[in-house]
Design a protein around this ligand. Structure first.
Ligand code: NAP
Length: 427
């Protein structure tokens, strides 16, 4: 067998050999059984898409419980080195160790590799269970900032010497009087920077332009957190108007035209932008946005948001199109090329070994990985396979319990069914 080669990043572009080495982390709980069936689907999709000319050389690296049992470490240094060197990887869900000095392996990986984009496409597969009357109207691409915000992990425990000192500094040096119960408060710090916000927003706008999407919405709580979330919004508009001036029309410029020239002029400018198919850049306050995605999902396309908002929004959107069993995700850094693609669900330990969970989240995360490599044909085949299985109503238990007339199949039978559909699709 021909040896695989490493993926490289040169001149801001990935250089992908035909037989790239791609590290994988199997994952804890249900991770192993899902990975074992998913890898067969990935190999089949690549084989069928490229007539055997391309092939992934999968390389296992350890993290989570498997790593802890083998090495005593939850996230071994060797794993980080391999991930850094090979640029792209895929992972299953990992247990969050409690009281082990590491907050979350997932968050650590994102921070260590500076994977600032969390990319979550949300689309509806015809026939999938949904609480909405028109789930097909939900079609959004979520860009969640992945390295800042309250997720940076800067927190001080109530009653600790650190929190006492911090509170006294806040009172004495910054004249803070609003801490309601200073003796018993814990404190969390929320860093949000211009660079951190703009690199995420740049990725979202660039994606929207290259994929002919219609709008980018900044979702924020700038009405309450004026400097952090309000900053995100302002820096987003600044970036859009400075770097993408010719290609976009912003709500901020609409407001400015309205103020200076009146509503008619503003409406005319907006209409002209629509006629010229310019990308519309708008913003929404996070709480209203959560209402909007249920009531008017068709109004939203690409979303750019901060870390914590993105966490809530991604699960809410997933629920609209079938739940976390089918929601894929990717985390990447467009400046270094690094990317880790992952199931968005957790380890579901109570289901471990039952061979019944939905492998679609990992399968679609693999499709995102292939898209990121530029292997769109393989990605499309995976999506088609899943689409067909749902259409045929042969689904895992999570869908079966919500789909009238469906047949429940196991995790492995679902994946085998996807493989058969991939073969049919290329005939
Ligand atoms: P979870 O493992 O995602 O499970 C929550 C529920 O979601 C399950 O009980 C099941 O619902 C449903 N579910 C999850 N995966 C599914 C799948 N593939 N197919 C069908 N249904 C699925 O969340 P958790 O119980 O909160 O977390 C367990 C552990 O996972 C924790 O240690 C957590 O920190 C970790 N975690 C890891 C990641 C990650 O690695 N990216 C993400 C989230 C959580 P029903 O019981 O209703 O059927």
């Amino acid at each position: 067998m021909e040896l695989g080669m490493k993926i490289r990043f040169e001149n801001q572009l990935l250089v992908v050999p035909d037989k790239p080495i791609i590290p994988f982390i199997e994952g804890d709980g249900i991770g192993a059984e899902i990975w074992q069936v998913a890898v067969n689907v990935f190999n089949e999709a690549v084989f069928q898409a490229y007539d055997g000319q391309r092939e992934v050389q999968w390389l296992e690296v350890l993290a989570g419980e498997k790593a802890f049992l083998a090495t005593g470490e939850w996230l071994p240094t060797e794993t980080i080195e391999v991930l850094k060197e090979h640029l792209i990887a895929i992972k299953g869900p990992l247990t969050t160790p409690i009281g082990e000095g590491i907050r979350s392996i997932n968050v650590s990986l994102r921070q260590m590799l500076d994977l600032y984009v969390c990319y979550r496409p949300v689309r509806y597969f015809k026939g999938a269970p949904s609480p909405l009357k028109h789930p097909e109207k939900t079609n959004m691409i979520l860009f969640r900032e992945n390295t800042e915000d309250i997720y940076a992990g800067i927190e001080f425990e109530a009653g600790s010497p650190a929190v006492k000192e911090l509170i006294s500094i806040l009172k004495e040096q910054f004249h803070v009087t609003q801490i309601r119960f200073p003796e018993t408060s814990a404190i969390g710090i929320k860093p949000v920077s211009i660079e951190g916000s703009q690199r995420l927003i740049r990725a979202a706008i660039t994606y929207a332009l290259t994929h002919q999407r219609t709008s980018v919405t900044f979702v924020h709580k700038g009405n309450i957190m004026k400097f952090t979330e309000g900053g995100f919004k302002k820096w987003g508009y600044d970036l859009a108007e400075e770097e993408f001036q010719e290609q976009v029309f912003t709500w901020r410029s609409y407001d400015e035209i309205k103020k200076s020239k009146g509503i008619e002029a503003a409406t005319k400018a907006y209409q002209m932008a629509l006629d010229e198919k310019k990308l519309i850049i708008k913003d929404r306050i996070a709480d209203i946005f959560l209402q909007e995605i249920v009531i008017n999902p068709e109004e939203y396309d690409v979303i750019a948001t901060l870390n914590l908002n993105g966490d809530y929004i991604s699960d809410a959107l997933a629920a609209q199109v079938g739940g976390i069993g089918i929601a894929p995700g990717g985390n990447y850094n467009l400046q270094t090329g690094h990317g880790i693609f992952e199931a968005t669900h957790g380890t579901a330990p109570e289901y471990k070994g039952l061979n019944k969970m939905n492998p679609s989240s990992v399968l679609l995360s693999g499709a995102l990985l292939f898209e990121y490599l530029g292997w769109q044909e393989a990605a499309k085949l995976i999506e088609t396979g899943i689409e067909k299985m749902i259409e045929k109503k042969q689904v895992t238990f999570d869908f079966h319990r919500l789909m009238i007339g469906s047949q429940e199949v196991s995790c492995s039978a679902f994946a085998n069914g996807v493989i058969q559909e991939i073969k049919k699709a290329v005939q």
